[in-house]
Design a protein around this ligand. Structure first.
Ligand code: IDP
Ligand code: MG
Length: 159
């Protein structure tokens, strides 16, 4: 693996899907230079919701969070690139849209903590990206290809 093959898990939540934001969100990551290696339009069931948000099961908002994330379709994705997990989180913004800077996804498209449009793996939680990718995708669903502009995105990629 070269240094720009880091993968991270991202998901447009049910509010983002209903509000027609899938394309906008995908565009931001594409334009940044990240490579889409997996994508799945799906509805999360109770079991997957509990597993995905297991770290929050003792929090007061857990039941509402599970109800919300299972309430409609989501668009799950895997994006690849240099420092992908940390770079995606910086593009997503803070957990609370009200605290998120304009220019970030949550800062541009949200106002409410419980409706924050997008999930992305936490770069401060070691291995969260790989765990979440495994939870949502089979290895065969992650595609191996080169972006045609790779040599213009990375100085050390050969022309
Ligand atoms: P993150 O999505 O920025 O990683 P986490 O702290 O991992 O934030 O929380 C997971 C999700 O739980 C958040 O995206 C948000 O939807 C919801 N959430 C977090 N904290 C609260 C809260 O205090 N009230 C209601 N919902 C919350
Ligand atoms: Mg989190």
């Amino acid at each position: 693996m070269s240094h720009h093959d880091e993968r991270t898990f991202v998901m447009v939540k049910p509010d983002g899907v209903q509000r027609g934001l899938i394309g906008e969100i995908v565009s931001r990551f594409e334009e940044r230079g990240l490579k889409l290696v997996g994508g799945k339009f799906m509805q999360i069931d109770q079991e997957l919701a509990h597993e995905h948000y297991g770290e929050h099961e003792d929090k007061p908002f857990f039941d509402d969070l599970v109800d919300f994330i299972t309430s409609g379709p989501v668009f799950a994705m895997v994006w690849e690139g240099a420092d992908a997990t940390r770079q995606v989180r910086s593009m997503v913004g803070e957990t609370d849209p009200a605290e998120s800077a304009p220019g970030t996804i949550r800062g541009d498209f949200g106002l409410d903590l419980g409706r924050n449009v997008i999930h992305a793996s936490d770069h401060e939680d070691e291995g969260a990206n790989e765990r979440e990718i495994d939870l949502f995708f089979d290895e065969a669903e992650l595609l191996d290809y080169e972006r045609i502009d790779a040599a213009w995105l990375y100085e050390d990629e050969d022309h």
